[in-house]
Design a protein around this ligand. Structure first.
Ligand code: 0A1
Ligand code: ZN
Length: 849
């Protein structure tokens, strides 16, 4: 268990470490219950640091021996590390510690997953491996000797030597300890090779458990594509002789960018058509790219301290989204990213967990690997690029790599690069990093004498710890259409800096229709009272794909709002307007599939709350069902036609073209299921030869309540495949009717294969429960209760994953008094758990504050 009295760390308290580390030499003698780690570290005084005690982080370590320049010393031990008197000049520090990887269920530090040794050191896990200044601004070269009887032994950098029972690695690039990695086990590799732009040969490997070799080919191609893309678009070349990826089954997050040795949650790298959906393939491609891109944005240039996390994460997410846009459809990627931002980041920014993209304090840094740091952090970079232009962005990035290679940098460094290379003053722009909350943007329009004027007002509601907000720089991309649908003003980026600001367009022959915030050019909530007729016009004519989608989404939101609040019926005018888009065979099927999805029920709850209506999850669910039934009935003759048109006849490929067709076909299947009770879905399930078709058919059957036979067949077919069974666990809870969600989740937890210590399996059941909006918010509190019970249980084993899942309660103050009381009681029950981890304690504290 971690420290019982949580301490807060502040950005403003930053002080450099008093010593520099010249090099680190580690010998790791592996044994499940008693691994010995011998460290030899050359320290020298840091001339740029104030005087301080020599303190090294270390947690849950058994110190066997410590020595300075060969003489044994007796440091003072605390639960967080050790303090020791040291010479005033350079010295050699040596320790030997003992750790027990087999008993490490927190999956942080050195642990075991299915008999394999692996590490996770970001953010502060290295201190569970040995005593060290475990902070990102201490960078050193590492030499690692691994001893043990496993056939494969890997670490960072290049392999230097090996023999019977040992292997040595050397990483020539100075790095912080959070990028350290070690893997050892009975692994097999899927090999590959890459020639870099300067002609260097790089050996590539994806290491997996025997049996998984057949699921590596796609990941390998994605890796090569990422390496090529980073050379072509950012001029970044790989810098070691070897690049290894390892798949592990027990992992708290998606993947980790350790230098030269990326470690992946197996769900984020293993892929085959039979076991992975199109969405899995796309995600795997993006995560492989993300981790690879970190080699420059994160590793070569790292962060000075953990408050600067967005420096590497925002930029790397931005880079991976550019990559996906280039590999697939930029428009579809943008719409998907905004759906995700609104689903995950907006609730965070608009609730008790709201924090700036660069937080100013934390108790447990692992709680800040959030959608705000990652996804809003990437939006901020997108805005910067929109403001300075593509060419200036490219030049600024060149300067960033040139100026800061080898540095542990800050957001100030990042912005200074843009200021120096463009001559812009970015002091106001910097508020995007310090001010939390989502700005609301309202608009009024005026047309007179050929001049069209748009007046914008921005306002950010208060967030925890920030009651007053200053105006932010907003790039607002606008285009104007004339009444017959032709574009008269192409996309123009207006730069808003004041709380209220007007922009005029002259020389127009008629009042135009404005398409505002094209491409979602700034992460704001648009408060715009537009007539439904104008939205339908944009849905039909906008040249900007994002705004075309947004117009339809807005109509759907408005319709559901009226259904919930006024008992109105479905908006048939919207359904008919949408039909024109869905029928348009010239449009990308992936785009049409996105057009068919309704706003999520959680998004509707947020909208109702923002408009002063207490959201009723059951009423929202009922309205969404009624609307989807109406769509199905209205299009009853169109649906079979569309399904036929999306049929893929050639062999399976996860590429954008085929997966777009399947996405549209499956969106149509879910409507068709409402008409035929699951007949078409059952036929698709029986005939499916890939997971995309099999799983979407199963999902339809579950929604229709006709799933028993298919669920059993699926289980028989896939019971030995852990990742596929995660889907089976998840879907039953996510797609079932609300009243069954909690009972079903509870029943699944009683199965022997509910291995709750595996984060993927835990999330499959509990994460899906939270995704079933009306199910989680069941009026009797059964959803809240079940989740809280399991979070309490998980906290004792894996605080990080438990803490991250506490965020499902982040919207608790939106709901009615009864539900609020139930959720509050569960949060208080969690808070009262004896020995609660620092991770969960911080989350629950913030949720209740
Ligand atoms: N840096 C990784 C994410 C990551 C963060 C923390 C982890 O353990 C606490 C693991 C992975 C990334 O952005 O991909
Ligand atoms: Zn990352």
């Amino acid at each position: 268990m971690k420290d019982a009295s949580p301490q807060t760390t502040y950005l403003s308290d930053y002080t450099p470490f008093g010593w520099q580390v010249a090099d680190v030499h580690l010998t790791v003698k592996l044994a499940p219950k008693a691994t010995r780690v011998v460290s030899r570290i050359h320290f020298q005084p840091n001339p740029n640091a104030p005087a301080q005690d020599f303190f090294l982080h270390g947690e849950e370590l058994k110190l066997i021996r410590a020595a300075i320049d060969g003489t044994e010393v007796n440091p003072e031990l605390t639960p967080q590390g050790l303090r020791c008197d040291v010479p005033s000049g350079p010295f050699l520090w040596e320790t030997e510690v003992e750790i027990a990887p087999a008993e490490n269920t927190a999956l942080e530090g050195l642990y075991m997953s299915n008999g394999m040794y692996c590490t996770q050191c970001e953010a502060e896990g290295f201190r569970k491996i040995t005593y060290y200044p475990d902070r990102p601004d201490v960078m050193a070269t590492f030499t690692v000797r691994i001893e043990g009887d496993t056939p494969v032994k890997l670490s960072n950098g290049n392999p230097t030597d090996s023999g019977e029972g040992w292997a040595e690695w050397h990483d020539p690039w100075p790095k912080p300890a959070y990028l350290f990695a070690l893997v050892a086990g009975d692994l097999v590799n899927h090999p590959g090779a890459f020639t870099t732009m300067s002609g260097k040969e790089v050996e590539l490997n994806i290491w997996v458990r025997p049996g998984d070799e057949g699921k590596c080919a796609f990941g390998m191609e994605a890796l090569k594509a990422s390496m090529t893309w980073d050379e072509e678009v950012y001029g970044r070349e790989y810098d070691l002789d070897i690049f290894n990826i390892v798949a592990v089954d027990d992992f708290n997050m998606g993947a980790m960018e350790n230098k030269g040795l990326n470690i992946f949650n197996s769900s984020c790298v293993l892929a085959s058509p039979e076991t992975s959906t199109d969405a899995n393939f796309e995600r795997i491609e993006a995560i492989i790219a993300h981790e690879y891109f970190h080699n420059w944005t994160g590793n070569r240039i790292t962060c000075r301290d953990w408050f600067q996390l967005c420096l590497k994460e925002g930029l790397t997410v931005y880079r991976d989204s550019q990559f996906t846009s280039d590999m697939r459809s930029a428009e579809v990627k943008r719409i998907s990213d905004v759906i995700d931002l609104r689903a995950r980041q907006f609730p965070e920014d608009q609730g008790p967990l709201s924090h700036p993209v660069r937080p100013e304090s934390f108790q447990e840094i692992n709680n800040f690997y959030t959608a705000t740091v990652y996804e809003k952090g990437a939006e901020v970079i997108g805005m910067l690029k929109r403001l300075v232009g593509d060419e200036a962005y490219g030049k600024a990035l060149d300067l960033y790599f040139e100026r800061h290679d080898g540095d542990a940098a800050t957001i100030e460094d990042w912005l200074r690069v843009f200021e120096d290379s463009t001559g812009r003053d970015l002091s106001q722009f910097k508020r995007w990093y310090s001010q939390s909350g989502t700005p609301h943007l309202s608009i009024s329009e005026d047309y007179a004498d050929g001049t069209f004027t748009l007046t914008f007002k921005q306002e950010t509601p208060p967030t925890p710890g920030q009651s007053d907000k200053a105006p932010q720089v907003l790039p607002i991309a606008v285009g104007l259409l004339n009444p017959n649908g032709d574009e008269v003003v192409p996309t123009t980026v207006l730069e808003m800096t004041d709380a209220e600001q007007s922009f005029s367009f002259e020389g127009l022959s008629a009042k135009p229709v404005a398409s505002i915030l094209r491409g979602f050019s700034a992460p704001v909530v648009l408060d715009r009272e537009t007539l439904a007729e104008e939205k339908r016009f944009l849905l039909a004519h906008d040249t900007d794909a994002f705004n075309r989608w947004e117009a339809s989404r807005d109509l759907a939101r408005g319709c559901l709002f009226d259904m919930v609040t006024e008992g109105a019926g479905p908006d048939m005018a919207w359904i008919d307007a949408l039909e024109q888009v869905i029928r348009d065979g010239d449009l990308d099927p992936a785009f049409r599939a996105l057009m068919l999805a309704l706003p999520t029920q959680s998004e509707l709850a947020q909208m109702l709350h923002a408009k002063g209506v207490t959201p009723d999850p059951d009423a929202i669910h009922a309205a969404a069902e009624t609307l989807r039934n109406a769509m199905a009935e209205r299009w009853s003759s169109l649906l079979p036609e569309l399904m036929a048109a999306t049929r893929v006849t050639e062999g399976y490929s996860p590429d954008a073209k085929q997966s777009g067709k399947r996405a549209l076909g499956n969106a149509v299947l879910s409507l068709q299921t409402r008409l035929d009770g699951g007949k078409a879905a059952q036929a698709q399930f029986d005939a499916a030869d890939n997971m995309t078709m099999q799983l979407s058919a199963l999902s339809c059957l579950i929604s229709a309540g006709a799933e028993d036979a298919a669920l059993a067949a699926f289980e028989r077919q896939w019971k030995d495949d852990r990742l596929v069974m995660d889907k089976w666990f998840a879907l039953q809870v996510a797609a079932t009717k609300p009243e069954s969600a909690a009972p079903r989740a509870e029943a699944l937890t009683k199965r022997p294969d509910f291995d709750w210590k595996n984060p993927n399996r835990f999330r499959a059941v509990m994460g899906s429960l939270a995704m079933n909006h009306a199910g989680f918010h069941a009026k009797d509190g059964s959803g809240y209760r079940l989740l809280a019970e399991w979070l309490i249980k998980l906290d004792g084993k894996n605080p990080q994953t438990a803490a991250r899942m506490c965020s499902v309660f982040q919207t608790w103050t939106r709901y009615d008094a009864g539900r609020q009381a139930l959720m509050k009681a569960e949060l208080e029950r969690i808070a009262a758990k004896p020995d609660l981890s620092r991770d969960v304690s911080e989350m629950v504290g913030r949720l209740l504050s």
